[in-house]
Design a binder for this molecule. Structure first.
Ligand SMILES: O=C(CO)COP(=O)(O)O
Length: 120
């Protein structure tokens, strides 16, 4: 997530960012981006972000899943993904898809080169 945020800093600094607790802290410290932090995911942060999606206040969700690790709050994660589908909000669950979404957002913002570092 940090690598992605660094690569697309030019896009992200023009967005209102919200993240689950630990992710928001780590990315903010690594990049200097201003990020509103919800609860940690296992403590309800995914549900809080889901509520923002349901309220129509989110343009895109980037949720980088570790496909090899089971999460104790899997139902919360599924609910967040479902609410993105219900409201047709772009949802990235891997870095390649996230890069496509952030590139599109950057183009919409009029940035000539939304990605500072092309990591492949
Ligand atoms: O578990 C998470 C998302 O489901 C992430 O939560 P944290 O950002 O608090 O680690």
């Amino acid at each position: 997530m940090v690598e992605l945020a660094r690569s697309f800093r030019a896009v992200l600094e023009r967005c209102e960012l919200v993240a689950t607790g630990t992710t928001g802290k780590v990315v903010a410290e690594a990049t200097g981006l201003l990020i509103a932090r919800m609860q940690s995911g296992p403590l309800g942060g995914d549900q809080q972000i889901g509520a923002e999606v349901a309220a129509g206040r989110v343009d895109a969700v980037i949720f980088l899943r570790d496909p090899l690790t089971a999460q104790p709050h899997e139902p919360d994660i599924s609910a967040l993904m479902r609410v993105c589908d219900v409201h047709d909000v772009p949802l990235a669950t891997n870095a390649a898809t996230a890069a496509l979404i952030l590139t599109a957002l950057g183009q919409r913002l009029g940035l000539a080169d939304p990605c500072a570092r092309h990591t492949g």
